[in-house]
Write a protein that binds this ligand. Structure first.
Ligand code: HPA
Length: 253
């Protein structure tokens, strides 16, 4: 069995158009996932949806049980994951409501349960208890290109590459921190990209992100960041995210 998973982030607690046929709370060796898994059909394809921050939205980025979320998806037969991430934009093309399909990651998070290879063998994993995965290309290139093609088919502009800086949160950054991230090569900043991407690789699932800029990163514009402005950018941009997902799912085999 193979299935497409959608991970909804801030601003995407459910998928419009997803005809839900079943909801299950999956138990994993790592604990409980953020939400039930919603199984359904989108454009004729079987998909499963999970709300990363819980439903209702209440789990902050640093307290999400990423291992349980990814373990639950693995357990139900997911092989491809489209993650939706709200981010702050550093790259000039990533103003509010603009999109990136990132191709690289720098991980600045800490203290998160970030690996299944922690020296303990879990019954439900088919892998050894210790491994060092290759992470040269953190996102699946085939899936990334398919998402870019889906965007193009809908005439939606996306930045086709981008380095995602994963920060700890939940606070936003200082402008000096953003300058450091920029100097490091980050184009966008978010709090949920890691360890999710690495866990997908450890568990053998293809993973790519549609990252929606919901604000200019701190200090990139003259104004401070407000939740109202973030809400506005989500309203303006999330429709494009859903269109890409719909187009991808319709063409996926
Ligand atoms: N920084 C980090 N994470 C974010 C931001 C940001 O500016 N906006 C949305 N998620």
């Amino acid at each position: 069995m193979s299935m497409i998973a959608l991970i909804g982030g801030t601003g995407l607690g459910q998928i419009e158009g997803l005809r839900i046929s079943d909801q299950k709370l999956i138990e994993t060796p790592y604990g409980d996932p953020s939400s039930v898994l919603s199984f359904g059909e989108l454009n004729g394809q079987k998909v499963v949806f999970i709300a990363r921050h819980g439903d209702p939205h209440k789990i902050p980025p640093h307290l999400i049980n990423y291992r349980a979320n990814m373990g639950a998806l693995k357990q139900v037969g997911v092989n491809r994951i489209i993650a939706v991430n709200a981010v702050g934009g550093i790259h000039k093309a990533l103003g509010p409501a603009e999109l990136s399909i990132p191709d690289q990651i720098i991980d600045y998070t800490y203290g998160r349960d970030h690996t299944i290879f922690d020296g303990t063998t879990y019954e439900s994993t088919t892998t050894d208890s210790l491994d060092h995965i290759d992470f040269t290309h953190p996102y699946d290139e085939e899936l990334r290109l398919a998402l870019i093609a889906a965007a193009e088919s809908e005439s939606i502009v996306v930045l086709k590459t981008g380095t995602y800086g994963a920060t700890q949160g939940p606070r936003l950054e200082s402008s000096a921190e953003v300058q450091r991230l920029k100097a490091d090569g980050c184009d966008l900043i978010g709090m949920t990209g890691m360890p999710e991407a690495a866990l997908a690789k450890e568990m053998g699932m293809k993973y790519a992100s549609i990252s929606l800029s919901v604000n200019w990163a701190a200090g990139i514009s003259d104004t401070i960041i407000t939740m109202d402005d973030i809400g506005l950018a989500i309203d303006q941009g999330m429709g494009k995210v859903l269109s890409i997902i719909n187009a991808y799912v319709a063409s996926a085999i």
